[in-house]
Write a protein that binds this ligand. Structure first.
Ligand SMILES: *Cc1c(COP(=O)(O)O)cnc(C)c1O
Length: 362
């Protein structure tokens, strides 16, 4: 029995990582490879590391624990602000975390005593995107308080844009981050190791040469995994967009009208569907659904096919244009956006098929 499956081309991940890390290196920036879009898949992490990322960033501790257990030996960064209830596991599992709450940082400091470790933190500053981070005006007082805590050291400051508020990285907001770093250095009397400037949305600014030179780290996921910057989702030059492909099987194939028969109530997800009458169409029912994918984020590789809709366990595709060649049991291929990738990687019903062609140096 086969399941719907996702193919993962590790050579392409390594290639994409290399393109991005070389661009960043050219501008004095190191890259933390972010694997959270793949649920912390160990082979993906290895592939990114082969492509030159200096460490792996993950939003969830479980993913980092899985990566470590699978033998991924590198520096790990916890991207999501630790939960107070998790500080012990954070100290045991990672060496660097992104932080914005004094009470959490104090609890981390406390927990280091048990583990006999020093924990590094990067303090996140909210430069307008309104997800995580202290407001710039509150940064200095936070730093003053953190300075008094034993067990944590401030490795640097960082920011995250374009995630919630869609704020575009600019010379202005990045310059502001550098200015804040300078202030803190004066206060601490020492240099900050890291100024962690952003994610895949920062690539256009870096490539244009306008990223302030003191910004020395990026945390990059989507551009490596899907080959796109994230401001406009344009394909990033020299990278592959087809690292991941979803394959699902046709389990029913029939000509049916394009409009349902009878009175229309709510569909399975509470929407009131609307239909355009195109006469009879050849409809393929596939063995994958909303439980496994974000259907708005999948696209048939064959542009003649059209997704009509989905329920929990079925995807319905108009295959009229290829009627001569399809049959029950055939597989159809789809590309995925980030949301669809995340769902497919998380779904236990979607098998992950990793492949890698050995290269000359291996
Ligand atoms: C997810 C995440 C990233 C990576 O974002 P991409 O758009 O995938 O490059 C970077 N930093 C933080 C804090 C994140 O949560």
């Amino acid at each position: 029995m086969t399941k719907p499956y996702l193919t993962i081309d590790l050579n392409k991940i390594t290639h994409n990582a290399r393109v991005i890390t070389q661009l960043c290196a050219h501008h004095g920036i190191e890259v933390i490879g972010v694997t959270k879009g793949t649920c912390g898949h160990p082979a993906v992490a290895h592939a990114m590391l082969r492509g030159g990322v200096v460490g792996i960033g993950e939003s969830r501790l479980e993913n980092i624990q899985r990566l470590r257990a699978a033998g991924v030996n590198t520096d790990f960064m916890l991207l999501r602000t630790p939960a107070l209830s998790q500080v012990d596991d954070v100290i045991a599992t990672v060496d660097v975390s992104l932080n914005s709450e004094l009470s959490v940082i104090a609890a981390l400091a406390q927990a280091t005593h048990l583990h006999g470790k020093i924990h590094s933190i990067i303090i996140m500053v909210d430069l307008g995107d309104l997800r995580e981070g202290v407001l710039p005006e509150d940064l200095n007082s936070l730093v003053e308080k953190v300075k008094t805590l034993n067990g944590v050291e401030i490795a640097g400051i960082g920011t995250n844009l374009s995630c919630y508020g869609g704020v575009v990285p600019s010379p202005d907001n990045m310059g502001r981050l550098v200015g804040l770093a300078n202030d803190i250095e004066n206060r601490l009397g020492s240099k900050l190791l890291t100024i962690s400037g952003g994610n895949s949305s920062s690539l256009p600014l870096i490539a244009s040469g306008q990223m302030p030179s003191r910004i020395n780290q990026m945390r990059i996921g989507e551009a490596i995994l899907l080959g796109r910057e994230t401001l406009h989702r344009s394909a990033w030059p020299q990278t592959f967009q087809d690292v991941f492909q979803l394959q699902a099987e046709i389990i029913e194939l029939k000509r049916k009208p394009s409009r349902p028969l009878g009175e229309i109530g709510e569909d399975a997800f509470g929407g009131i569907p609307e239909f355009v009458d195109q006469g009879e169409r050849l409809r393929a029912l596939l063995d994958v659904g909303r439980e496994d994918i974000a259907i708005e984020g999948v696209k048939p590789l064959d542009s003649r096919l059209r997704i009509l809709g989905a329920s929990s366990d079925h995807l319905i595709v108009d295959v009229t244009a290829v009627a001569d060649t399809v049959k029950v049991g055939d597989e159809l291929s789809f590309s995925l956006n980030y949301a669809a990738l995340l769902a497919a990687m998380t779904s236990p019903y979607v098998e992950k098929r990793v492949f890698k062609v050995p290269t000359d140096h291996e």
